[in-house]
Design a binder for this molecule. Structure first.
Ligand code: HEC
Ligand code: HEC
Length: 353
């Protein structure tokens, strides 16, 4: 309850007390003889009709008309502001959701043991909400949101459950995740995680720590980042409709812009090899990306048609997005598709690796 509400309640109470006091004072005062004699009101002689139906009636009826008109004006006037009030509420809820989303994404602050209650109160929400997505996906930059969630390495290496190999795993940037995926896949990924990768399960239904509201909030916050409001880098003029001679170079350009985020800049996917260590230094861990390796002829186990179909239709439940402008029924159309010519160019490039 804020101070204006308290003031209003106080004012109403004082007015009510005042009126009650006046009533008590007047009721107890022996004025007219009828009161002194104890004759009930209904049995006392009344005013004559001329007086009752004269100016007094007009006065009462005029007040009635005024009150009706005031009500008639007040209701539509109140209604006129209703839409704005509702919009203001929606705006406030959205703002609060974004605020919570950023706190959820961030790493919760460290609170020193001996900190005072004031410091605790300030950090309370961040402590309660912080899920630490930023540990892997890159930090939250409040001043420049475009620098938030830029992706990063999974701290401490990751042991691949299939090979038992310890690797560095690339956590993808999320400031542009809506360029790759629709909300369903994003929600699905956050709630269930991606078994076999470092991405943990977060949804409470699947045993994670996040309620549905928290998942909504973090998705809202991700969506608000500049990269998720716009499309991917446009391809160069010559690659809008690549000529036969440019298929390979355009394929490389498109691959770098759209595929490298998951398959790695050299299409190494999960076959990254660490650079040779300098003398006396420890070897680095190999760097893995979420997508499969497409280099060194790895894609040739697919014939050209299968290769084209994979890129056109994607493999939604293996987390490879679709890229066709008009994929077959049942496959979600991508927000930023590639033309068939462009897909042909990427296939040519990948098959040349
Ligand atoms: C969101 C991450 C992501 C993006 C973006 C992505 N891929 Fe993939 N891609 C995957 C994953 C994961 C797989 C493995 C799917 C599976 O297990 O079947 C895959 C598989 C493939 C395969 C099949 C490989 C094989 O050996 O079966 C091809 C070809 C491919 N991607 C090409 C592309 C191209 C071309 C692009 C860009 C236009 C692209 N991908 C963008 C994640 C991605
Ligand atoms: C321990 C590191 C780690 C943490 C913490 C983490 N993630 Fe991830 N996340 C990953 C990795 C690694 C991947 C890629 C998985 C793969 O190979 O498909 C990923 C994938 C994703 C994707 C799909 C991206 C894409 O392009 O397909 C989303 C969305 C996502 N994470 C959201 C979140 C959110 C939200 C949180 C916090 C609640 C979070 N992650 C916390 C490591 C992490």
């Amino acid at each position: 309850m804020d101070s204006t509400e308290l003031l209003l309640i106080g004012l109403l109470l004082v007015t009510a007390l005042l009126m009650w006091g006046i009533f008590l004072a007047r009721a107890g005062k022996p004025g007219k003889p009828a009161v002194l004699l104890g004759i009930p009101k209904a049995m006392r002689p009344a005013e004559p009709d001329e007086k009752l139906e004269g100016p007094r009636l007009t006065r009462i009826m005029s007040w009635g008309v005024i009150a009706t008109m005031a009500t008639a004006v007040f209701i539509p006037a109140y209604w006129l502001g209703e839409l704005q009030r509702q919009e203001a509420f929606v705006e406030r809820f959205d703002e609060e959701s974004l605020g919570r989303g950023a706190l959820i994404f961030a790493v919760p602050p460290e609170l020193p043991e001996e900190s005072d209650p004031q410091a605790f109160r300030q950090a309370e929400r961040a402590l309660a909400l912080g899920m630490g997505c930023a540990n892997c996906h890159g930090g939250v930059d409040e001043e420049n949101p475009a620098n938030s969630a830029l992706g990063g390495l999974v701290d401490g290496g990751f042991v691949d459950p299939v090979t038992g190999k310890k690797v560095n795993y690339q956590a993808p940037p999320l400031q542009n995740v809506f360029q790759r995926w629709d909300e369903e896949v994003i929600r699905f990924t956050i709630e269930r995680g991606r078994p076999g990768t470092p991405m943990p399960t977060w949804g409470v239904e699947y045993g994670g720590p996040m309620t549905t509201l928290m998942v909504d909030d973090v998705i809202n916050w991700l969506r608000s980042l500049p990269g998720n409001q716009e499309g991917p880098e446009p391809v160069s003029e010559g690659c809008k409709n690549p000529a036969k001679a440019d298929l390979k170079s355009c394929g490389e350009e498109i691959f770098t812009a759209r595929c490298a985020v998951c398959h790695g800049p050299q299409a190494q996917g999960k076959e990254g090899v660490p650079p040779k260590p300098a003398k006396g230094e420890k070897a680095e861990l190999p760097l893995w990306y979420p997508g499969l390796a497409l280099w060194k002829g790895d894609v040739r186990h697919l014939d050209r048609d299968q290769h084209l179909t994979t890129i056109r239709n994607g493999r939604r439940y293996a987390f490879m997005p679709s890229f066709a402008e008009a994929p077959p029924q049942g496959i979600v159309a991508p927000a930023y598709p590639l033309t068939d010519k462009q897909i042909d160019a990427v296939v040519t490039y990948e098959r040349s690796l």
